[in-house]
Design a protein around this ligand. Structure first.
Ligand SMILES: [Zn+2]
Length: 164
């Protein structure tokens, strides 16, 4: 019997599909199955040139997303993720979403967050800081797990006079 690493990619669910509005609370206690889902999510994220992908974007309702940090290019599988601290200071970044092709939006979010999740591969608890773009990616993907999209965020208007 040959063993092959799964490189299966999945079709991306696009707005306005109702799947994107689901609350994703399903657990994945079977480690082997969880790793299979994570591999599918990473393969799909990479194929589509994304930096993050949440399970509802491929039609799953698991409490899980994957992301690649931009600071150190670390591939992170975040299972049962949450934010335990968010700074009052905010940062604004242009965000896109694989589920809303052609749309990007300036979104304002806390600049620094302390996050908690289980490492999807091992199930070990992880806690750590994320800042700026990496904080945005985590919060963007976490939003997906409660059915929130970038178009639900108030549009940040840049005062053009600031740049004169
Ligand atoms: Zn998205």
């Amino acid at each position: 019997m040959t063993k092959r690493r799964s490189k299966k990619t999945l079709p991306i669910v696009e707005y306005p599909n109702d799947a994107l509005r689901a609350k994703c609370t399903l657990t994945l206690p079977d480690t082997k199955y969880r790793r299979k889902i994570i591999e599918e999510l990473f393969a799909t994220m990479i194929k589509n040139g994304g930096v993050g992908l949440a399970s509802p974007q491929v039609g799953y309702y698991f409490d899980l997303f994957v992301m690649q940090t931009q600071k150190d290019k670390f591939f992170q599988a975040c299972y049962q993720p949450s934010i335990i601290y968010a700074s009052k200071e905010t940062s604004t970044e242009m965000e896109g979403c694989l589920s809303i092709p052609g749309v990007s939006r300036l979104v304002e979010r806390p600049k620094k967050i302390v996050v908690s999740h289980l490492d999807g591969w091992t199930g070990n608890k992880v806690e750590g800081w994320l800042t700026d773009l990496d904080a945005h990616i985590f919060q963007h993907e976490l939003d997906h797990l409660s059915g929130r999209l970038i178009i639900d965020h108030p549009e940040v208007k840049i005062d053009e006079e600031e740049y004169d």
